[in-house]
Design a protein around this ligand. Structure first.
Ligand code: THU
Length: 144
């Protein structure tokens, strides 16, 4: 998944969505049967994630969160430039509320490409998906 460092990670919407769709095949979703793949883009690398469910349902991890955890584990703090998400079914698979907050933490200017298996992807800034978000900058104001 590491891009050529001479050219940096791709920002091509179609390529990112194709890669998110490809990795979706590895999702562990035996309970919901709803498979999700995600690709996170930073200035230096890209990271793939899938949803990972659990018999204790509430322990489920979303695809976006899996990809972001991999990013952090690699020592990459972003900023996240883009996130591509593909879920089963026709309509765009927009990130859930918790994932929007996690994307915002590392990418307040990130672009989100959300797709399903039909129609046009939804393209939006994370700030459109999470208006007036609470993040590290606001937290720091209260810690002075
Ligand atoms: N899911 C994601 O992985 N990302 C989202 O943004 C929406 C939901 C997963 C969680 C769960 O495994 C399945 O989709 C059904 O909610």
């Amino acid at each position: 998944m590491r891009p050529d460092p001479r050219v940096g990670p791709t920002h091509d919407e179609a390529d990112l969505l194709r890669r998110a769709r490809d990795v979706r095949a590895r999702a562990y979703a035996p309970y919901s049967q709803f498979h999700v793949g995600a690709i996170v883009v930073t200035p230096t690398a890209t990271y793939a994630g899938v949803n990972v469910e659990n018999a204790s349902y509430r322990m489920t991890t979303c695809a976006e969160q899996t990809a972001i955890a991999r990013m952090v584990a690699e020592g990459d703090r972003g900023p996240i430039l883009a996130v591509a998400v593909v879920g089963d079914g026709a309509d765009p698979c927009t990130p859930c509320g918790a994932c929007r907050q996690t994307i915002f933490e590392f990418g307040p200017d990130a672009v989100v490409y959300a797709s399903g298996d039909a129609g046009h992807p939804l393209v939006a800034r994370i700030t459109e998906l999470l208006p007036h978000g609470f993040g590290p900058h606001r937290l720091a104001q209260g810690q002075r």
